[in-house]
Design a protein around this ligand. Structure first.
Ligand code: TRP
Length: 349
């Protein structure tokens, strides 16, 4: 029997969910989120935001979390957190997340959800926490020591998912260990105290991971990302500065020509065309012409999104209202779930 926690099984389940979503969307509760460490970029947009909007519009119950407490898992500061959180709400709204359909809330504003951390911590062993590959990778990438929070935040992430009884979590492959742990926690809780929580599965993105403009992993720290919030001019500048190579003929070859190929992938995802087709069209036009094309198609695709975003930038009161209303609803749900948890545990006085 294949291992339940293998990538293959996760992919099969993900495909089954996709199928189920088209038939009975109302049976699905989605929860996913982002760390507010900076602006969202094209990788976020095509990798997850677009999919969230589709789930929302199909009629699934959709919840989006701004994971502010996860910011301090591998860094020692909350600098700019308020600005990052408000801007994240703006990015969401601009991309089509509709606050009447989707609950948008922040970790720190929902005490009852955070309180689930206590019973949940009792359901996992130190060894299980210590072997989480994503935690290890984050520790190495950040150079941060393994604090208690870095070790246990996947349990906190289980609180995120389970407080609203989420059963679908759209995530990238790196988050699968956290989904596994969430499933384990839900099962152990249900076995020990009686059924409160659902089975949880990941919904894996169908679009391949978009590389940065230089072909490396898209990351704010590499300066190779285009943010949703950038202006058309800022976008043009960033693309102009991106590293290509000295060969004139444009070809798609991610191994040997990461810069040219990163640009081609960016143009491909914005146009729905293939990288090879675009490369052939540009041919001897060289990287100058390629960059011009990429700039045009990115700016065209994001023009309406950026126009909407501008309106939210000029109406911070509305942005705050959206978040406050999401926080209020999240608290209602969290208090209800916490009451069920305490009831199941007999902690009723
Ligand atoms: N860990 C996720 C990330 O780094 C963010 C996140 C927090 C999340 N809580 C979540 C994702 C719950 C899915 C479900 O991107």
């Amino acid at each position: 029997m294949p291992n339940e926690n293998s990538y293959e099984v996760a992919l099969q389940k993900s495909n089954a969910i996709r199928e189920g979503l088209t038939k009975t969307p109302e049976k699905f509760t989605m929860l996913t989120g982002d760390r507010p460490t900076g602006r969202l970029h094209l990788g976020h947009y095509f990798g997850t935001l677009k999919g969230r909007v589709e789930l929302q519009n199909m009629g699934a119950k959709t919840n989006v979390l701004i994971a502010d407490y996860q910011v301090i898992t591998d860094r020692d500061t909350t600098e700019h957190i308020q600005d990052n959180v408000y801007n994240m709400v703006m990015d969401y709204l601009a991309c089509g997340i509709d606050p009447d359909k989707t609950m948008i809330y922040a970790h720190s504003a929902v005490p009852a959800a955070n309180q689930l951390m206590l019973p949940f911590l009792s359901l996992v062993s130190e060894a299980e926490l210590a072997r989480n590959p994503t935690v290890k990778a984050e520790m190495e990438a950040s150079g941060h020591e393994l604090t208690g929070l870095l070790l246990t935040y996947p349990v906190h992430q289980a609180c995120d998912i389970l407080f609203c009884k989420g059963n679908v979590v759209p995530v990238g492959r790196d988050q699968l260990p956290h989904i596994e742990l969430t499933r384990t926690i839900a099962r152990r809780f249900n076995n020990r105290y009686g059924k409160v929580f659902p089975e949880v599965d990941a919904l894996l993105s169908e679009t391949p991971l978009l590389p940065g403009l230089d072909g490396r992993k898209m990351s704010k720290s590499y300066g190779n990302a285009i943010n949703i919030s950038m202006t058309a001019e800022e976008t043009a500048k960033r693309i102009k500065k991106s590293q290509t190579d000295s060969e004139r003929m444009i070809t798609f070859d991610p191994e040997n020509r990461p810069g040219v190929s990163g640009l081609l992938s960016t143009a491909a995802i914005c146009t729905g065309r293939s990288e090879v087709e675009i490369a052939e069209e540009i041919g001897m036009g060289g990287s100058g012409q390629l960059k011009k094309y990429v700039t045009e198609v990115v700016n065209e695709y994001f023009a309406p999104i950026r126009e909407r975003r501008q309106r939210y930038e000029n109406d911070l009161d509305y942005v705050k209202d959206v978040l406050h209303e999401g926080n209020r609803r999240a608290n209602e749900i969290a208090e209800q779930t916490l009451a069920e948890v305490q009831d199941a545990m007999g902690m009723v006085y």
